[in-house]
Structures are given as C-alpha cells and as structure tokens.
Design a protein. Structure first.
Length: 303
C-alpha cells in the first residue's frame, strides 16, 4: 500500500514538474518572463522590475524606514546592480528607501529623474551620490522611450511630465511610465491627480491615436479621491489595479470614491495593505498575479 502511495506521489511530482517546465509561448521563443514586484512598503510606493534577461529597474523605493528591508530583498534576489532607478517624484514615501541602496554601494547604471527637482536634504544627498558615482543621470520628459533591458524586450515610455512642465506641483509632475513587454502593458501613475491624468490621456491620444490595453495600473496617489478620475479610467480600463497603501493610514487611502471608479471599469483591485506584496508576471502575452504576503518591507503594519 505504501509503495503504491509512493508511486502515485512520484507520478504526481513528475506531472507537476512537467507542467512547471512546459514553456509558455513567449518562453518557447526564447523570451523568458518579466516580473514586477509591487512591494508592501506600507504607506509608500516601491516596485522592482525584473526583465527576462535579468536587467533590473527600481520604480520608487519606499520611505526611509523601508530602506534596510529593501536592501535585504535585493540581496535575497541576488540583485547585483540596478540598471534603472526610476523615481516617480521626490517625496519621502517614494525615494526615502533609496538612500540605503546607495549607501550600500549597489551599482546603479542609469537614473531618470523627475523634473523640476524638489530640494529636500534626502534628495540632495542622493543626487550627490548618483553624480559622484558616475551614474548616467537623465531628466524625464514626456516623449522619451527607455529600453530597460539589454535584450531590448522591455521598454518604458515616459508619458509625464511634459517639457516644459505645466505646473510646479510635485505630485502632478510625477514621472508616468508605460512599461511594455510583448503584448502586455503596465502603467505607473506616480502620485498624479485628475488634471494630469486628463493631460496624459489627451497627449497619448493626440500622439498615437489610441491606448494599448493596460494589464496592470499602479493606481495614482495611493487611491486618493483626487486621482483615478472616471474619464481617465474609461480610456485606460486596467485589468488589475494595484493600490500601494499602509493599513489604517492617516490619509484615508484608498478612498471609496477611487475604488468605486476603478471597479466601475472592471478593474480587479489589489491592495498591498490587504494582500501584502503583489507579484505580476508577464510571458509577453498574458499577465498573471501572485500574492506574496511574506515579502514585507519597513515598519510592521498594525493588524
Ligand atoms: Zn506618495
């Protein structure tokens, strides 16, 4: 009886292994997968992009208390180099954690910074370290297209801010990135509000004439009521909406109004305060979502 059970277990393991080993259509063409981790950093934003060829981009880095955990996470994933540092805007909840990365001497190749700059002591110290270590520092302006990996499979189109910027507001000047791999698209909205959402949509429609289907939206401004406007969502219609928020945060994020609007266009909402770190993987055709509550960075959240 025991032998039969072992045989069945062995067969099940073999079938499981074969299922795991079977390449997806994109992988069969030698593509591999793109993985984006929306890290659970409390009331802040941080995402790590891991391209099929191993190139790495960091899109925001959480706040300062998350820095050491972010570093540990990079170490766990054997990230030896950040190919692109892509802060959306210089507020502490988006760039604070990057100081620990720089202090640890993790090499950074390129940095695309929001413009105009916003001078905080943290940002000035980071800029000093970036420039002194020979990082290729560029200013973000709508219309640029970055190639994030050496294989040229993953690109990021800069959709905001325009050059010259239309406002001095730091949130509204967030760098908005449209990341593309194969037929899949990820939109990173920084902390933009209604007015910039409208401008981003209008510019893209004027320039390209259409919007690609958005698989994953990093919901602008942590789901505040002044973002995720209906006209914006009606155009981009994301399949998944990732909201990066701290449990019981003092801002009341995400707001019911923003969540209702996201739901009204059919988006499935994924909240870091409820689910923890959210891992999205694209094989170039389809995006799949996995929850990784064990990856938590920064200050422990209240239960
Ligand atoms: Zn923010």
């Amino acid at each position: 009886m025991l032998r039969l059970q072992l045989l069945i277990l062995g067969l099940a393991a073999l079938v499981g292994w074969l299922a795991l080993a079977a390449p997806s259509p994109a992988q069969a063409q030698g593509g591999g997968a793109l993985t984006i981790f929306f890290l659970n950093v409390g009331q802040a934003d941080a995402a790590l992009l891991d391209a099929p060829d191993g190139s790495v981009a960091l899109l925001d880095a959480g706040d300062a208390p998350s820095g050491q955990d972010l570093l540990r996470f990079l170490g766990d994933r054997a990230v030896a180099r950040i190919d692109w540092w892509l802060p959306s805007h210089p507020h502490a909840d988006h760039v604070g954690g990057f100081t620990a990365v720089l202090n640890a001497g993790v090499p950074v190749v390129h940095a695309l910074l929001p413009s105009p700059q916003y001078n905080t002591p943290t940002l000035m110290r980071q800029l000093g370290m970036l420039f002194s270590s020979g990082v290729d520092v560029q200013n973000a302006a709508a219309g640029q297209t970055l190639t994030l990996d050496r294989a040229g499979q993953v690109t990021a189109e800069v959709l905001n801010p325009p050059e010259p910027p239309e406002t001095n507001d730091v949130n509204e000047n967030s760098v908005v990135l449209l990341v593309n791999f194969g037929q899949t698209y990820f939109l990173f909205g920084g902390d933009i509000g209604t007015r910039t959402e409208a401008n981003v949509v209008a510019r893209q429609l004027a320039n390209v004439g259409t919007w690609p289907p958005i698989d994953v939206l990093k919901v602008p401004h942590h789901g505040s009521a002044g973002s995720s406007s209906q006209p914006f969502l009606n155009v981009i219609r994301p399949r998944w909406a990732v909201v990066s928020v701290g449990a019981r945060n003092s801002y009341g994020h995400p707001t019911v109004a923003a969540l209702d609007r996201l739901t009204s266009v059919g988006a499935e909402i994924l909240r870091t305060d409820q689910l923890g770190t959210i891992v999205t993987t694209s094989d170039g055709t389809t995006v799949t979502v996995e929850i990784a509550p064990y990856i938590h960075l920064g200050v422990p959240q209240p239960p």
